[in-house]
Design a protein around this ligand. Structure first.
Ligand SMILES: *Cc1c(COP(=O)(O)O)cnc(C)c1O
Length: 415
């Protein structure tokens, strides 16, 4: 490539995104994205769309929290806003049981670090005021673990992932909320993987002061748009009193563009930063789809199809160690053990986008975001079995397909 040559236009293939996320985005969302007119971030319908999104988010998340809105970007953007109120020297307990809660803890350690803490270890600070409770990969954070740590350390904040996507484990947010109330702690929850998949209402967890999710997992709005966040009045009051070291991710400032000023809904947002009409239109449509499907129905559908996938991969000799309903995390049968990354790489080269775990031990993650049909699950299992057999596993695909058919037939018989 010389300096005057142009790269050819970028062509990206359609793959089967069968990982932990992103999930395949609904064509309605893509149409909303590309059919939006060019309008600036203060145009009346863009502002109206943002306010409607705010109201839909409150419904989807089951909350009356006024400070419920979207932070432009990905899950980490929302989490950065969530953790923004943590200041140097703050006492924090972080529960870690996989890759993502581990990165949450890194974010927290960075924010809670003093200048000396940062200087001592700039990229991985270890402030003494942050306690990280490590729960082994493949296990959940339980109420007992949470109670013990909060009673002992009496922090201002406690952080946990609701669904730890790295190991596929659901953590006990009831336990977190109750322990936070008992010990007067503000819980902060990474709900990146659970929003839009699980049926839960955040107002049922009053010990949790702040929540953050992402656009591209359960909400299914991959034209990366908005990371949903929600804060209780207590969080906002604490932030108002103590401040934070961010302009863009200060939740009080950021909320203004969504028509939330001084704790109240106002008729139209005021400028915080540029928003994209395309993103607002796509996010709006994704939220409409979520609400049309319904929180309870959607959660039941995920559980139903995840059970089919689980039965099928078990019939192929794999061992499932996860309990989330948007993906399975599994160990390959003995003969293929240690070759997880190779299998995933082969699958990905054929447009079948599954994932390994990103931290030890290496396992395989197969997700079903927006793949809620017997045909889609059958396709995923057929492709996965083919990859196992291409590596010499010699598994009987028929056994897996029979497991799938039995699962769906039993559901029909029960209706
Ligand atoms: C995916 C994920 C993240 C990171 O989200 P990005 O959108 O990649 O920034 C954080 N936490 C959890 C639990 C996740 O599943």
């Amino acid at each position: 490539m010389t300096e005057t040559e142009l790269y050819p236009q970028l062509v990206i293939p359609e793959t089967l995104a069968a990982g932990p996320g992103p999930g395949n985005t609904d064509p309605r969302v893509l149409a909303a994205f590309s059919n939006a007119g060019l309008s600036d971030h203060m145009q009346a319908d863009v502002l109206r769309g943002m306010i409607e999104c705010k109201h839909m988010l409150r419904r989807l998340w089951g909350t009356k929290n006024t400070y419920t809105f979207g932070v432009a970007g990905t899950g980490w953007s929302g989490l950065d806003a969530l953790f923004s109120a943590i200041l140097p020297g703050d006492r924090v307990v972080c529960f870690v049981n996989g890759t993502f809660s581990g990165i949450d803890a890194l974010t927290v350690r960075t924010k809670a670090a003093t200048r000396d803490d940062l200087k001592a270890n700039a990229l991985d600070p270890r402030p003494a005021n942050v306690t990280v409770i490590e729960v082994p990969h493949g296990q959940s954070v339980t109420a007992e673990i949470i109670e013990k740590a909060l009673a002992e350390h009496k922090p201002t904040w406690a952080t946990m992932a609701h669904w730890e996507t790295g190991s596929g484990r659901i953590n006990d947010i009831r336990g977190l909320s109750d322990a936070c109330l008992r010990h007067n702690v503000m819980g902060l929850v990474d709900a990146v993987s659970s929003l839009g998949v699980e049926d839960f209402a955040i107002d049922d967890y009053p010990g949790v002061a702040g929540w953050a999710s992402c656009p591209q997992k359960g909400v299914l709005c991959l034209p990366l748009t908005y990371a949903p966040v929600s804060f209780t009045d207590r969080y906002i009051a604490h932030l108002r009193q103590n401040g934070c070291y961010s302009f863009v991710h200060n939740p009080i400032f950021e909320a203004r563009h969504w028509g939330i000023v001084d704790g109240k809904d106002v008729a139209a947002g005021t400028y915080h930063r540029t928003h994209s009409a395309y993103a607002v239109a796509a996010f709006h449509e994704a939220l409409r789809i979520n609400l049309q499907h319904g929180r309870a129905r959607r959660a039941a559908d995920y559980a139903h199809h995840e059970a089919a996938l689980r039965a099928a991969v078990t019939a192929l000799g794999c061992e499932v160690t996860s309990n989330m309903t948007s993906l399975v995390v599994l160990n390959l049968p003995g003969a293929l053990a240690g070759r997880e990354k190779e299998l995933v790489a082969n699958a990905r080269a054929r447009g079948f986008g599954i994932w390994p775990t990103l931290s030890e031990p290496v396992q395989i993650r197969i997700g079903i975001l927006n793949q809620l049909s017997q045909a889609a699950i059958t396709d995923i299992v057929t492709r996965f079995a083919a990859e196992m057999n291409a590596m010499g596993a010699g598994v009987d695909v028929g056994l897996a397909l029979t497991a799938i058919e039995r699962h769906y037939a039993a559901a029909i018989a029960a209706e």
